[in-house]
Design a protein around this ligand. Structure first.
Ligand code: ADP
Ligand code: MG
Length: 339
């Protein structure tokens, strides 16, 4: 495709911890093209909103500057056009076309892999756009350093501006996305159902959308209101593969295994650092991954007060910012619990 999708705008992109930096960077680029971050590279695995954000930049730019030449294209299209141009001896026209755009949005650059001639052409296009102060936005399924089959020069150019990441959305963001999409589609969805689905579908946003479509279709056919029981029935096929809901017990087990301590230690009164830190991390994970309240989480950790849990969550946020190792541990635990 090479058209902007008018449905993908900033307004309906739900912000959460997992994507807020990417969204903020995209908004900056839309407000100051060629000046804020150039190039902007949005990385993350599939179905997490990279293409949505990229279109949102394009739509905002067009709205603010009707004369702006914004070109959106998938890598395949660039390859296809270039091959055609070469075949018909029109490579100069091809070059001129790309060199006069004000903003180039190029989706899925990992697909440049092993296409040497296209990479070379893109390298020149890229440099000339940057030299003229034009904005480039790219998305990729892989981090620049993990891009195999792509020329080193190009990789270092890709990473030469700002690189942001979209991570899998956390529980509350997944629920918020469901509620937002339901509202846009005119589907009556309440918070309980949204959380029921969000607790069970954790892979990516596309799957949440598929669940919503299924709910809608079933609702239209039966005329029944969308309750939790309704959702359980309607989505039984989708949920069977991942209906393992994350519980406080799962989290305690995972965290104690990870740190090589006993689960009892997490519940104990011990204040030793080797136990207290994993306990705080486990509490923060419970807050992030389950719908339990602070008092409930406190109870499950040996009858602690809700303020202790709150303190743990704040402490972990702080540690994640300051200590690389804690951030790595936390992400590893999140990933493995979400699997
Ligand atoms: P990617 O390009 O990363 O594979 P897409 O941008 O195609 O993912 O997103 C897949 C679907 O999920 C799209 O329909 C998009 O609108 C939706 N989506 C992803 N993240 C969000 C979000 N934070 N808020 C709303 N919709 C989202
Ligand atoms: Mg995409």
């Amino acid at each position: 495709g090479s058209r902007l999708n008018a449905k993908y705008v900033f307004d309906n992109f739900v912000r959460g911890q997992s994507n807020q930096i990417a969204k903020a960077a995209a908004e900056q680029v839309a407000a100051n093209p060629g000046q804020a971050y150039n190039p902007l590279l949005i990385c993350g695995s599939t179905g997490l909103g990279k293409t949505h954000l990229m279109h949102a930049i394009g739509n905002a730019l067009r709205e603010n500057n009707p004369n702006f030449r914004v070109v959106f294209l998938a890598v395949e299209r660039f390859v296809h056009d270039m091959v055609n141009a070469l075949r018909h001896d029109r490579i100069n026209e091809f070059k001129d076309f790309y060199r006069t755009v004000n903003t180039l949005l190029i989706d899925d650059i990992h697909l440049f892999a092993n296409k040497e001639r296209t990479q070379e052409e893109f390298f020149h296009t890229f440099n000339s756009l940057l030299e003229d102060g034009h904005q480039i936005v790219m998305t990729s399924d892989k981090y620049p350093r993990e891009l195999d089959g792509i020329d080193e020069r190009l990789k270092s150019r890709f990473a030469g501006g700002m690189t942001v990441f979209v991570e899998p959305p956390e529980l509350e963001t997944r629920a918020a996305i469901l509620l937002k999409k339901a509202e846009l589609e005119g589907i009556q969805l309440n918070e309980d159902v949204a959380f029921f689905v969000a607790e069970r579908i954790r892979s990516h946003v596309r799957e949440l959308e598929a669940a919503l479509k299924t709910l809608k279709a079933n609702h239209i056919v039966t005329g029944d209101p969308i309750t939790v029981d309704f959702a359980r029935m309607a989505l039984r096929h989708m949920l069977s593969s991942h209906d393992k809901v994350i519980t406080i017990e799962n989290i305690q087990k995972k965290v104690s295994d990870f740190y090589g301590i006993r689960r009892d230690d997490l519940i104990s009164k011990s204040r030793r650092q080797t136990v207290a830190r994993p306990r705080q991390i486990a509490m923060a994970l419970c807050k992030e991954l389950t719908r339990h309240s602070l008092p409930e989480i406190g109870d499950a950790f040996g009858g602690r007060d809700h303020t202790t849990v709150l303190h743990a969550c704040r402490k972990v946020t702080e540690l994640r910012n300051d200590q690389h190792q804690i951030e790595e541990d936390f992400k590893t635990l999140l990933r493995s619990l979400n699997q």
